[in-house]
Unconditional design. Structure first.
Length: 79
């Protein structure tokens, strides 16, 4: 949870925990891939998968950006 339940802002400790979690998972994924090939194989596979399904990922990116924009506007009281 990255929203502070008391003051309503962003819980920066939660953001740091999420960032550490994602970095640790990517590190372990790279380490596991390096034991049987190149360390960048999972990222190359993900890039190929995204390129093969580009329309879906473009749509997903548009939804995430618009949702983030509207969330920020709502938080500042402009909606």
């Amino acid at each position: 949870m990255i929203r502070d339940p008391v003051f309503g802002g962003i819980d920066w400790d939660g953001v740091r925990q999420l960032a550490f979690f994602f970095i640790a998972v990517l590190f372990l994924l790279s380490f596991g891939a390096a034991t049987s090939g190149e360390w960048y194989d999972p990222y190359k596979w993900a890039g190929t998968y995204i390129a093969d399904h580009a329309p879906f990922f473009i749509f997903l990116t548009m939804l995430i950006v618009m949702g983030g924009y509207l969330y920020i506007q709502f938080e500042h009281g402009r909606l």
